[in-house]
Design a protein around this ligand. Structure first.
Ligand code: 4AD
Ligand code: MG
Length: 431
């Protein structure tokens, strides 16, 4: 048994092979069946001539339904006319399961809601296969970068009791006779773990009870986060730049065909390599005002504002030093200018906007308590987190990257929902 991908890479030319997969599409003409078979690693044309297989097998294939699962054996031939450049001359075929008639996602136009209802089948489409493969490669390359650079993978709990990113987007969970929540970020636990493990990262789901119905919000998303001791704002921006630069170069090298098929030009993506410009929030306000946008210092950047800013850059760029008032309690106020924080968001170009958020954390006990009071938080809910400033506090920084937002940008998708197999949206938790 071989993978279709190995056939398409020329490894089995003129040899006998056996493959297993699903019937993606079929047509017949002039006593030949042309079957397109998909196995999860690729898709290949298989031709079956009357007379080259037993008559019973040839008859069996007539009227074979899309998505039937099969086993095929035959000889691999190079053929420029075949999609992918290779085909299998079928010598035998066994139907493992004949799919029912009326596959819901037959080849015709379907609206987005229909495809979301049938997501369990739609993920078999070429488009979704391709995106899911790019996504997997993205995470593989990120892990590789973290490993090479001395980071340890660390996991935090999903069930938590205190908000990291504000109470308004917490999902409550009934936890026996207590109330708990689904985590919004691993960060607070990561700040505990750096004193144990040093540089750490995670790739895990985060949850936001977002009331917004937008092209860039999910209620459950995958969060790639890192936390680093002895690291300041500049240092954490450098880390993001290097990591993302590496991941993009791997994708350009190993996923060029996939990216192009999604409409993302690889030369364009190659041009988006670091360094990424660093623009202060103050400067961003000026840029918006120059565009005649009514935006006052102290307001938070919304998607509309980010979209306008992204038109001025052709690669990702950081916006730094956000006002203390628009950022969560843990952000360290700039000692030289306490009305702003040592924070940075990374914005992707082409209207995509924020893909990472992070910065330097407060490491001083009194400053942390003061900021919690200002934000109306009860220090009792954060006892263990406050404790970290009592026993060997160090300057430290971290960031969180939204995996789906980043994949949506890299794959040039219209909507974040297609960057994940089974999206969770305000109006959808099924299938
Ligand atoms: O900016 P956020 O809220 O920052 C944090 O959670 C920090 N605690 C991370 C850290 O420093 N460790 O979220 C980080 C990123 C955003 O930049 C965005 O890409 C993504 O998470 N994100 C979402 N992605 C999809 N749907 C949502 N509802 C998202 N909310 C945030
Ligand atoms: Mg943010």
């Amino acid at each position: 048994m071989v993978d279709i991908s190995s056939i398409l890479s020329g490894m089995h030319t003129d040899r006998k092979v056996q493959i297993r997969g699903w019937l993606h599409n079929m047509r017949s003409s002039g006593g030949i069946h042309f079957l397109l078979i998909r196995d999860g690693t690729g898709i290949i044309q298989c031709t079956m001539k009357k007379g080259s297989v037993e008559d019973r097998v040839f008859e069996d294939v007539k009227g074979l339904t899309q998505e039937s699962s099969l086993e095929v054996s035959g000889t691999v031939k190079e053929d420029k006319r075949a999609p992918g450049g290779y085909e299998i001359k079928v010598e035998n075929l066994r139907v493992h399961h004949r799919a029912e008639e009326g596959y819901p996602i037959a080849k015709k136009y379907h609206g987005p809601e229909f495809l979301l209802d049938n997501r369990h089948l739609w993920i078999r489409s070429r488009k979704m296969q391709t995106i899911l493969r790019v996504r997997a490669k993205f995470l593989e390359a990120a892990r590789e970068w973290f490993k090479t650079n001395g980071f340890t993978e660390f996991h935090s709990p999903t069930l938590i009791t205190a908000a990291c990113e504000g109470g308004s987007t917490l999902f409550p969970v009934k936890y026996f006779d207590q109330e708990a929540y689904l985590t919004q970020s691993w960060q607070l636990y990561a700040e505990a773990a750096i004193a144990s493990l040093g540089k750490i990262y995670t790739i895990a789901p985060s949850f936001r009870a977002e009331r917004s119905r937008t092209r860039r919000h999910l209620t459950e998303y995958w969060h790639l986060e890192a936390e680093v001791p002895w690291c300041d704002l500049e240092c954490i921006m450098d880390i993001q730049e290097e990591m993302l630069g590496y991941v993009i170069s791997v994708l350009c090298d190993e996923m060029a065909g996939e990216l192009e098929s999604l409409g993302r030009r690889v030369d364009e993506l190659k041009g988006m390599k670091p360094p990424f410009e660093r623009v202060t929030y103050d400067r961003a306000v000026e840029m918006l005002n120059e565009e005649k946008v009514d935006f006052k210092w102290g307001d938070d950047l919304t998607w509309t504002h980010e979209k306008i800013l992204t038109q001025k850059f052709n690669k990702p760029f950081f916006v730094t030093h956000f006002p203390t008032g628009v950022k969560a309690f843990y952000h360290k106020p700039d000692p030289k200018r306490p009305e702003v924080t040592l924070s940075a968001d990374l914005l992707a170009p082409e209207g995509y906007g924020e893909i990472t958020g992070g910065g330097q954390r407060i490491d001083d006990l009194d400053e942390l308590l003061r900021r919690m009071r200002e934000e109306g938080l009860n220090p009792k809910d954060y006892e263990w987190y406050i404790d970290l400033r009592r026993y060997g506090s160090v300057p430290h920084s971290g960031f969180g990257l939204g995996v789906e937002r980043t994949v949506a940008w890299i794959c040039k998708l219209d909507h974040i929902r297609d960057a994940v197999a089974f999206p969770r949206l305000i109006n959808r938790v099924y299938p």
